[in-house]
Design a protein around this ligand. Structure first.
Ligand SMILES: N[C@@H](CCC(=O)N[C@@H](CS)C(=O)NCC(=O)O)C(=O)O
Length: 318
């Protein structure tokens, strides 16, 4: 969400419209005129953006994210690994979903302004678009084999949600870290968005609690299920295999490592594209939370995530 995008200006104008109409004391005909003008402005903004995009067919992909989102990290990691040019458009936490109803990550594909939501759909798009065009050594990890697809679907549905509920339960009680997780330190996020965070934190905290159902009871259940999921991965790795589905890395490994990372806090999370402060186990003040992180880190699956981050995410992407 950037103020130089005419669609954002239009959205903000729509919010301001009732205030302007009532402050100016306009009657019904003038208010209807203003609504028609707002509609035409929206049409013009979209037309302008579409035509501008068509004139720049070489524009890179754009990945819209929240810096610390683990689903966003999954897509970012795959894009980095694939080595295709892309721009990241980071935003502060939960603003997008409140204003537009769209979750992150979402991928903007030029020139037609195609938008792909959901990390798994983004991965399928990358496979469909680049397998065959790039050398196999770069794309194989995205091959949608039944085993990798099944693991990804399970992890997306369960681990991703459980880690989020468990983490928010802790984060909402440590204000400095919740601000950090929403992007307050990320220089690539516009200043106006970061400034807004100070004002809207109570609203965000309320919305997150309500939308995700973050209660102590649910957080306990989410924690228990997170341990279970790590336990299942321990079992897969118990025969000494290097990766979850065998001897080569696939997007299923990246899915587990990204979605589990916020429970293990590898120093390299979330990759090296972003410039703000990261989250370390030593930043956690609550002893219970810290003990939970330590417990997962000590397991083979926790060690697996730490290893993958060391091996894959420490380098700066090209
Ligand atoms: N199944 C989706 C889940 C995406 C999702 O829930 N993203 C969260 C962030 S982790 C989100 O956008 N929350 C709203 C927001 O923070 O603006 C995916 O795989 O991309």
């Amino acid at each position: 969400m950037r103020l130089r995008d005419p669609r954002v200006i239009h959205l903000l104008a729509l919010y301001a419209l009732p205030v302007v109409v009532s402050a100016a004391g306009w009657g019904v005909p003038a208010a209807v005129g203003a609504a028609v003008a707002a509609f035409l402005l929206g049409v013009a903004a979209r037309l302008f953006v579409s035509l501008r995009a068509l004139r720049q067919p070489e524009r890179p992909l754009r990945l819209h994210t929240i810096t610390f989102s683990h689903y966003a990290e999954k897509a970012r990691w795959c894009l980095d690994r694939l080595g295709v040019p892309y721009e990241e458009v980071p935003n502060v936490g939960v603003l997008g979903v409140l204003l537009t109803g769209r979750t992150v990550p979402w991928l903007e594909v030029p020139p037609g302004l195609t938008r792909i939501s959901d990390s798994s759909r983004i991965l399928r798009y990358l496979w469909g678009e680049y397998a065959g065009r790039l050398p196999g050594t770069r794309t194989w990890f995205l091959e949608p084999t039944p085993a990798a697809l099944e693991l990804e679907a399970k992890l997306d549905r369960r681990l991703g949600n459980d880690v989020r509920v468990w983490l928010y339960h802790h984060l909402l009680r440590q204000t400095d870290l919740s601000f950090r997780s929403w992007g307050i330190d990320e220089p690539a996020i516009p200043r106006w968005q970061r400034a807004l965070l100070w004002v809207k934190r109570p609203v965000l905290a309320f919305a997150v609690r309500r939308m995700l159902g973050v209660t102590p009871g649910r957080a306990d259940r989410a924690w228990a299920r997170t341990r279970e999921a790590f336990g299942e991965m321990d079992q897969l790795l118990a025969d000494g295999r290097r990766y979850l589905t065998g001897e080569t890395l696939t997007f299923a490994d990246i899915t587990f490592a990204s979605l589990g990372a916020l429970a293990v806090l590898p120093p390299e999370y979330p990759g090296n594209r972003l410039g703000g402060r990261r989250m370390a186990a030593t930043d956690i003040r609550d002893p219970r939370w810290r003990a939970e992180v330590e417990e997962l880190r000590a397991r083979p699956s926790g060690q697996f995530i730490l290893r993958l981050y060391r091996e894959e995410r420490a380098r700066r992407p090209a």
